[in-house]
Design a protein around this ligand. Structure first.
Ligand code: DQQ
Length: 582
């Protein structure tokens, strides 16, 4: 046996021993495994490493931070552990791109070095000030993790389009909590917007109040971006939702796909408030109206303001952030997907976490929800196209989509339902809880209209497969469409968390009888867009057979009525430039 053969095994044994004795602590929303936060394996296990989703070559990442566009370049920062593949030692790593798909890494922009951030540089946002100067507001951790403050940082050299160096002025922190705020639950400042009346800058910071477990978006304002004053009332708060992490507040155009600058207000826009719920690890958003005269945001009556509310993504998607892209006049959304394997797996594979494909985001013409779609630049990675047309999938059958490798692929398919007559009645006890329904009625449970959809990352025998599917029900003289990700058979490996995720799809299936699906498949990531981006779901899966060239794609129908694939287009996806250091 050679030394190089022995080394990884020794390493794994060490990891197992450490894990056994590990004491895990909770630091903010992230579990802190102190022993592992500085452990990096000698060799990275790339078997299931995503190829085209944004990641550094190794180690842990979480929240996307402060995306913005400057002098022709997109900047993306993210929470990064430079020393290990579990959460800890967090810095703002920094990458740059001209197309949001190919990325170069530059040195971390912000890292603990000053009394006002010595225990950590946590999430925050960027604002491009008039005249084009970007500013970052981020949360600094002080006082032995017991206090969170807000700091500012500016580029050292504005003539460098890569903005490699950032300066944290000594007058930081610019915002400290006051006695009315819980100092350990006070973080993640938003991008600022200009108040249309008094021209003050406004931001909100996520927090919570003990009484009523109220999630709070604390409002601050400033004339000069440096001196900030807390407003008397929060911009918004909601009972029973707990700590609001990573709030995001921005306008969307009514009746138009084009994005709006974060400071746009007034007629022709609605506002969106998104929060990430520390308690459930899901996000929700409301659509509503911003009243600048009262400094308040009020969600529309129809917009559920709590953990049952609308989500960008009903799967593994958290700590998201949008920015306005002035180059293409669009609002772009970035989000983080965590791993769902074990901590021991993450330590031994040497990497954890991905940023999902940036999505363009706009208001649905029905005004009831947002729509999302991968940014158009992503399509440039497509190669080796195959298509299928007008293929009927009879009940209890499936067929393989041949001709391309599908471990790294993009699939678009439109299903046509032969008849809705037989649709089952929807059990009202699942009303508002698509996920509970799909957890019980997985893709293998035979139905009437569906389940039908795709098996992705499947092996040739279908022992491993992740099902992405729809099911249609009757409900109060209408039809209800359910969209699910079922990874319960995604791997033969044990000790992998395989949560089923699901959402309802707001479509008029009676009149169209068709529904579309797009799935981006990337080794251990499945990111799906139902009905043109009305309902999105992301899952992390860890196949052991359906790996690399052995990964297959199938279309299936486990319902009792025919479904036709009116059109299916699939492409292999090229690996883009992914964070080469410059
Ligand atoms: N992650 C950051 C916090 C934020 C949390 C720390 C959300 O600022 O609240 O890494 O994932």
């Amino acid at each position: 046996m050679t030394i190089s053969n022995t080394f990884p095994k020794l390493w794994l044994t060490l990891v197992a021993i450490f894990l056994f004795v590990s004491l895990q602590k909770v630091s903010s929303s992230h579990l802190l495994y102190e022993e592992f936060s500085n452990l990096s394996p000698p060799v990275i296990d790339k078997t299931l490493l995503p190829s085209y989703h944004f990641r550094p070559p190794r180690n842990w990442i979480n929240d996307p931070n402060g995306p913005f566009f400057y002098k022709g370049i997109y900047h993306l920062f993210y929470q990064y552990n430079p020393y290990g593949s579990v959460w800890g030692n967090i810095v703002w790593a920094h990458s740059v791109s001209t197309d949001l798909i190919n990325w170069y890494a530059v040195d971390p922009a912000i890292y603990p070095s000053k009394p006002f951030d010595i225990y950590g540089c946590w999430s925050g946002s960027a604002t491009v000030l008039p005249g084009g100067k970007p500013a970052i507001l981020y949360t600094g951790i002080v006082d032995n993790f017991k206090t969170q403050v807000q700091n500012i940082a500016f580029p050292a050299n504005l003539s460098d389009p890569l903005l490699r160096e950032w300066i944290k002025p000594d007058y930081n922190p610019v915002i400290a909590s006051d006695p009315s705020i819980n100092a350990v639950q006070f973080r993640d400042p938003t991008t600022a917007w200009l108040h249309p009346g008094n021209k003050h800058w406004n931001i909100v910071i996520g927090s919570t109040r003990e009484v009523g477990q109220r999630g709070v978006a604390v409002l601050y304002r400033s004339k000069d971006f440096v001196n900030w004053t807390k407003a008397k009332h929060p911009l918004h708060s909601s009972k029973g939702t707990g700590m609001w992490e990573c709030p995001d507040f921005f306008p969307v155009a009514v009746g138009e796909r084009q994005g709006r600058d974060t400071s746009a207000t007034g007629r022709g826009v609605k506002h969106v408030l998104k929060v990430s719920l520390d308690r459930t690890r899901f996000e929700y958003y409301t659509l509503g109206t911003y009243y600048p005269a009262r400094d308040r945001y009020l969600p529309d009556q129809a917009s559920v303001d709590g953990s049952e509310g609308l989500r960008y993504d009903y799967g593994n998607f958290y700590a998201s952030k949008t920015f306005f892209d002035p180059a293409k006049r669009r609002r772009v959304l970035t989000g983080w997907a965590n791993e769902s394997d074990s901590v021991a797996d993450d330590v031994s594979k040497g990497w954890a976490g991905v940023i999902l494909i940036p999505r363009e985001l706009w208001l649905d013409e029905n005004g009831r929800q947002l729509l999302q779609w991968p940014v158009e630049e992503f399509d440039r990675l497509r190669r080796n196209h195959i298509s299928v047309a007008n293929q009927v999938v009879n009940p209890d059958t499936f067929f393989r989509v041949n001709g391309i490798d599908t471990a790294q692929a993009d699939v678009e398919v439109t299903f046509e339902i032969s008849s809705l007559e037989k649709a089952e009645d929807f059990d009202p006890s699942y009303e508002g809880d698509a996920q509970a329904y799909c957890a019980k009625n997985t893709a293998d449970v035979k139905g009437e209209v569906g389940p039908f959809g795709l098996y992705v990352l499947a092996d040739s025998t279908l022992r491993e497969r992740t099902a992405v599917f729809f099911k249609v029900f009757k409900h109060q003289r209408k039809h209800v469409v359910l969209f699910c990700h079922d990874p319960t058979r995604s791997t033969k490996r044990e000790n992998i968390f395989k949560p089923t995720f699901a959402g309802f799809v707001d479509v008029d299936i009676e009149s169209t009888k068709t529904i579309s699906l797009r799935s981006l498949i990337d080794h251990s990531v499945v990111e799906s867009f139902g009905a043109g981006g009305k309902t999105c779901i992301t899952s992390r899966v860890y196949p052991s057979l359906a790996v690399g060239r052995d990964a297959r794609l199938f279309v299936f129908n486990n319902g009792a009525v025919d479904v036709k694939v009116s059109e299916l287009n699939a492409w292999e996806i090229r690996t883009p430039l992914m964070n080469r250091q410059i």
